[in-house]
Design a protein. Sequence first.
Length: 543
Amino acid sequence: MRFFLFLPFLLLRAQTSLAIVPFYPWLSSLWHYEDLLYLSPYFNTAKTNRTVNGSVIAAEWVRVAYHDMANANVGAGTGGIDMSIAFELDRPENPGQGLKDALNDFRTIYSPNVNMADSIAMGVVFALASSGGPLIPFRGGRIQVNSAGPLGVPQPQESLESHIEAFRRQGFSTTEMIQLVACGHSLGGVRNPDFVNMVPEDGVHKFFDSSQATFDNNVITEYLDSTTQNPLAVTQNATFRSDLRIFNSDGNKTMQAYVLPLFLYLRSDFSSLANPDAFASTCATVMEKMINTVPSGVKLTEPVEPAQFTVARMFLTAQAANQTQISVTTRWLNPSSNNKVTIFWSDKLHPSNCSREICSATAKTMSDQPVEPVSFAPSMLAIINPHRFHKFVFSISSTVVPDKFWFEVEDSAVKSGLFIGDNGGQGFTRADNLDVFLDTVRTTEATTDSSLKFVVAVRKSNRPSKISIEYVDISADAAPDFNPNIGTKDFSLDSSIAPTFEYEFWTAPVPVLFSTYTLSVVRDGKSIILDENQILADRVNIL
Ligand code: HEM
Ligand SMILES: *[C@@H]1O[C@H](CO)[C@@H](O)[C@H](O)[C@H]1NC(C)=O
Ligand SMILES: *[C@@H]1O[C@H](CO)[C@@H](O)[C@H](O)[C@H]1NC(C)=O
Ligand SMILES: *[C@@H]1O[C@H](CO)[C@@H](O)[C@H](O)[C@H]1NC(C)=O
Ligand SMILES: *[C@@H]1O[C@H](CO)[C@@H](O)[C@H](O)[C@H]1NC(C)=O
Ligand SMILES: *[C@@H]1O[C@H](CO)[C@@H](O)[C@H](O)[C@H]1NC(C)=O
Ligand SMILES: *[C@@H]1O[C@H](CO)[C@@H](O)[C@H](O)[C@H]1NC(C)=O
C-alpha cells in the first residue's frame, strides 16, 4: 500500500495559492537536493537486487542507515546519521558485505551538495518509496564525520533490557523500538556469512518475511499468525531471537491486529502495525525520526518537496555559423492541458535590440509524465506527481551577451494567467557571459568508453590566463573509507579542434569514473566559478 505523506499539501498549494511554493533558487543546495531526490536515477538503484547473490539493495540501504545512527547518544547530543559507520565496519556489531556495498553505492552517487551522511538518509527515502512503502520527507544538511563513534549497535544475542536501553539512548521509546525494528525488518533478512549461528548453510539468505523486497507488514502478520520464518523470531537457539523478545515486549500490543476508526490511526500509540495503512504511516514516522537523528549542533533544512517550477542546468555549444546553441529544460507540476512555456533573455550590450519577439524561444519538445530520466526508468517524481518537461533548444548569435534568462508559464491553474519563472527575481544567469563555457556537444563527441575529454569554448577576444576543472573521482582506488576524492586538471589550447570565428577550444582529460565537476576560470588575477558541482549530462532525456 502506497501512502504519500505530503502529496495533499502540494495539491492544496497548487490550487489555492498564487505564490508558487516551494521555490528553490537555481543551483542552490536545496535545488540540488530537489534534483537528486525527485529526478535522479538512484531511485531506480534502490529497486534492484545485487548482481552477486541477489541481495535486496533497498534492505541494505535501510540497514546501513540504522547502523550509522545506532551509536547516537541523543541525551549528550552526539552521533546520529553522520557517516561514522564507514570507520566502524571492522566491529563485530557491524558484520556483512551489505553495509560495505551500500556505502559503495552512495560513494558513486556522491556530489559535493549531498554528502555521504545526507546520502545515507536519502537512501532510506529511496528504499522505502521504491519498494512500495511510504514516502518520507527528506531534510538535508547533515554533517559528515571522518572518524568512528562509540560502540552501540544492538546485537541479537543481547538481552531485551539492553535493547530497550540502546533505543532509549538513540531517542526511541519502547513502543518506537518495536515499531522501528518491525519496520526495518520488513525488508531483507539474515545472511549466512554474517550470522552462522542463525544461518549455517553456505551462502544462504534467510528472509524476515515472505516479501523481502516489498516494504509491507508481512513481517508482522506472519509473526502474529505464527507462520513466520524470521530467523530473529524462530531460530533454534533462543538467545538469538531478539525480534521475538522485542515484538513480545508489550504483550504484542503494538503488533496486534485490531480495527480502529480512521482518526485513531493518527495516534501512533493506538495504531496497529497489522493494519497496512497504519503500518505505512507509523513506519514513516519512526524512519523519519531515525534519519533525522543528528548531533545537537546540526541544523537540518526544511523538508525538500518537488518544486512547482524548476529549471535544469543549461547546456551550451559553440556552433560554426557564429551561433551559440543553448539547451535547457523546465519542469512544471500538475500541468493543465493548455500548459505552455516560453524562454526570454536580455542582451547586455544591445538591450534595445532585444525585443520580446526577437529574444525568446518556445519549447522544442514537450512531454507529459511519466518522463524517463537517462536511466530509462521512472524517477521518484514520476510515481508521485504529474508533471511536464519542456525542453528548449535554440541558437543565439555568438555576439549577443545574454546576461539573464527567464520563463513565462501559461497554465489555467495559474489564477493570474501567467507565471513568471525568474529565479526569485534574479533571473537565470551565467557567470562570465559565455566568454568561457563547457561545450557539451564537443565534450560528448570527444568522449569514449575509456577516456573523457572535457572541451571548453573560449572567446578569443577575452582569453583567461587559466581554466581548470575540479572533479569528484569515484574510482575504487581513489576512495579509502568510501570517500570520493577531488581531482584537479588544467585546460590547455587544443589545436586539434577547429576554432570558430569567435571561439577556440581548450581541453583537459578527466578519468571516466567521476560524478560531478566544478569549472573555474582565472582572468586578471581573479578567479570565477562557472559551473559548480555539475553533472555532464542532463538527467532528463526527452529529446
Ligand atoms: C535490536 C535491534 C536489532 C537487531 C538485533 C537487528 C539484527 C539484525 C540482524 C542480525 C540482521 C541480519 C544482518 C545480516 O545478516 O547481514 C539484520 C538485518 C537487517 N536489519 Fe536489523 N536489527 C535490529 C534493528 C534494526 C532496525 C531498527 C532497522 C531499521 C530501521 C533494521 C534494519 C535491518 C534490515 C533492513 C536488515 C536486512 C539487511 C539485508 O537483508 O541486507 N534492523 N538485523
Ligand atoms: C529482487 O529479488 C526479489 C526476491 O528477493 C524479487 O521478488 C524481486 O522481483 C527482485 N527484483 C528485481 C528488480 O529483480
Ligand atoms: C555470495 O554467496 C557465496 C556463497 O554462495 C559466498 O561465498 C559469498 O561470500 C557471497 N558474496 C557476497 C558478496 O555476499
Ligand atoms: C546459544 O548461543 C549462545 C551465544 O552464542 C551460546 O552461548 C549458547 O551455548 C547457545 N545455546 C545452545 C543451546 O546452543
Ligand atoms: C505474541 O505473539 C507471538 C507470536 O504469535 C506468541 O508466540 C506470543 O505468545 C504472543 N505473546 C502474548 C503475550 O500473547
Ligand atoms: C562569422 O562572423 C564573421 C564576422 O562578422 C564573418 O566574417 C564570418 O563570415 C561569419 N562566419 C559565418 C560562418 O557566418
Ligand atoms: C540592432 O539591430 C539592427 C537591425 O537588426 C542592426 O542593424 C543593428 O546593428 C543592431 N544594433 C546593434 C548594436 O547590434
